[in-house]
Design a protein around this ligand. Structure first.
Ligand SMILES: [Zn+2]
Length: 133
């Protein structure tokens, strides 16, 4: 599997370190307060992850780069962390809404990118072809 990075669909800034698609759902954590997914991979969320996140690309919060919390504090409500229940709460550095952080104590934690706002880009495709030929 090729490495991929997630970019902002509007300004193209990278939003994740290089990640690979997770090959299955075994070992994804559905417990409260744990990381939903380990660093280095992403998964397309199903209804088990969080409300409003169906079909979103979920990564470990540690793999996010060039992101910041929403300027609207109402989007950041939660108990110990951020509940992600109030709409997109995460922006790229250029203020485009790209998805939602889920980091409250009563849910598995992760960062979910809205597929309409963030795009996957495959890395190293050209360089690998050069090596083979
Ligand atoms: Zn952007």
């Amino acid at each position: 599997m090729n490495l991929e990075i997630i970019r902002c669909a509007i300004c193209n800034i990278p939003l994740s370190v290089p990640v690979r698609e997770r090959q299955n759902r075994e070992g994804l954590c559905h417990e409260m307060g744990c990381d939903y997914i380990e660093p280095g991979v992403y998964v397309v969320a199903d209804e088990c992850f969080a409300t409003h996140a169906d079909g979103h690309l979920v990564i470990n919060l540690k793999d996010a780069i060039n992101t910041k919390h929403h300027w609207d504090r109402r989007r950041l409500s939660g108990c110990c962390g951020i509940g992600g229940m109030d709409g997109p709460n995460t922006l790229c550095l250029n203020d485009h809404e790209i998805g939602a952080e889920y980091s409250d104590c009563w849910m598995p934690h992760g960062l979910a990118f809205d597929p309409n706002c963030a795009v996957l880009e495959t890395l190293n495709e050209n360089s690998e072809q050069e090596i083979k030929s």
